[in-house]
Write a protein that binds this ligand. Structure first.
Ligand code: NAD
Ligand code: WQD
Length: 339
């Protein structure tokens, strides 16, 4: 297939590019580089030996998308592009609604005009909010009492996609609800490169391990979990990339949502201990107040993805730590200054 990846230069997109090329697909990337750089794709090219067509532009600009759809026979779109910071979305909600909803609507309109019927969308476990039961299942209610605008954009987009699929029986859409993506490609050549202070635990730990930050603040020590710290379902980014390829190759008419996670939870202290072991670095931490909006625990029921997509994760938390450390130690400041 010839696949358009919106936001394909970013963290998850660049790893997915690698996996799609490995499976023999052809890819085109559209990215405005607002949270990424050309360097990620240059390195994917270096690893795979394949050239990637990169269109630098904004997905919300119909001209940019038209240019791609009118000159290439795109079979399917994987839609990663969007803003993803929970904290920024609380400070600047309109920017999040504008970018995430606006660009998705613009994409859907262009797909309709050019008769492109296959779409895989980056959703998030955040749509479950504070889960009423664990593990979270795809038929659990979503969009209820979400704590931030970012999460609401994901839930709203899922609703839009369901409506679009209902109206056009030829549309095949999969919304992939990622749990907590971590790690890097095993080469250590590509990985997560936050442009600002990381919000997420894993890149924060990596930066402490390499000495860029003094210590990790552990948000909350009194949750009803194994050691009082928050529990999440961490998924290696290459397992996630394989999940995209599996979803794309499986797509059926209609709308379907799939949890992509490992199905297991790990606490913040367990993650810190694993990273410290693998990187042989001390990772100082303090337990501080809970972060507003956080839930005690979240992990996936992955039986639907396993049944339909024939996909499960194969990489452990240790492997994710090893690969993240390979990336972080070879690229202490990310893609910048590392050629
Ligand atoms: P990322 O920021 O690394 O990648 C997103 C890419 O989209 C970036 O390269 C950015 O430059 C690009 N982009 C943003 N707005 C754009 C626009 N209007 N037009 C064109 N390009 C645009 O983020 P990521 O971690 O790779 O996440 C990819 C997707 O997965 C996002 O939709 C995110 O919300 C979702 N997601 C991420 C996580 C996570 O923890 N990383 C978890 C759940 C869901
Ligand atoms: C994980 C655990 C924190 C940072 C968010 C979004 C979700 C998805 C993934 C994007 C929690 C604790 C964190 C730190 C800590 N994002 N923590 N100290 O909150 O599960 O999910 O990212 O698309 O939508 O909500 O991930 O990595 O921020 O936190 O103690 O400095 O680590 O409290 O228990 P989260 P996270």
């Amino acid at each position: 297939m010839l696949i358009l990846l919106t936001g394909g230069a970013g963290y998850i997109g660049s790893h997915t590019c690698l996996e799609l090329i490995r499976r023999g697909h052809e890819i085109v990337v559209l990215d405005n580089l607002s949270n990424s750089s050309r360097e990620s794709l240059r390195r994917v090219q270096e690893i795979t030996g394949h050239t990637i067509a990169l269109h630098v532009g904004d997905l919300a600009d119909p001209e940019v998308v038209r240019e791609i759809f009118s000159t290439r026979r795109i079979d399917a779109v994987i839609h990663f592009a969007g803003l993803k910071s929970v904290s920024e979305s609380l400070r600047n909600p309109l920017k999040y609604y504008q970018t995430n909803l606006g660009s998705t609507l613009a994409l859907l309109q262009q797909m309709e005009s050019y008769g492109i019927k296959k779409l895989v969308f980056s959703s998030s476990a955040t749509v479950y909010g504070d889960p009423c039961g664990l593990p979270s299942k795809e038929d659990s209610p979503i969009g209820i009492a979400l704590s931030n605008p970012y999460g609401r954009t994901k839930s709203m987009i899922e609703q839009i996609l369901q409506d679009a699929a209902f109206a056009d029986p030829l549309l095949s859409i999969a919304a992939l609800r990622y749990f907590n993506p971590i790690g890097a490609h095993e080469s250590g050549r590509i990985g997560e490169d936050p442009k600002q202070e990381p919000n997420n635990l894993f890149p924060y730990i990596s930066q402490v391990a390499i000495g860029l930050r003094p210590k990790v603040s552990v948000f909350g020590g009194n949750y009803p979990t194994i050691d009082g710290t928050g529990v999440r379902d961490y998924i290696h980014v290459m397992d996630l990339a394989e999940g995209h390829a599996a979803a794309l190759e499986y797509l059926k008419p209609g709308f379907d949502a799939y949890n992509l996670g490992s199905g297991c939870g790990a606490s913040v202290l367990e993650v810190i201990a694993a990273f410290s072991r693998v990187s042989k670095s001390a990772i100082p931490y303090d337990i501080v107040a809970e972060r507003p909006g956080d839930v005690a625990a979240s992990y996936a029921d992955v039986s639907k993805a396993s049944r339909d997509l024939k996909w499960t994760t194969s990489r452990s938390l240790e492997v994710a730590c090893r690969d993240a450390w390979a990336w972080q130690s070879a690229n202490p400041t990310g893609y910048v200054d590392n050629g």
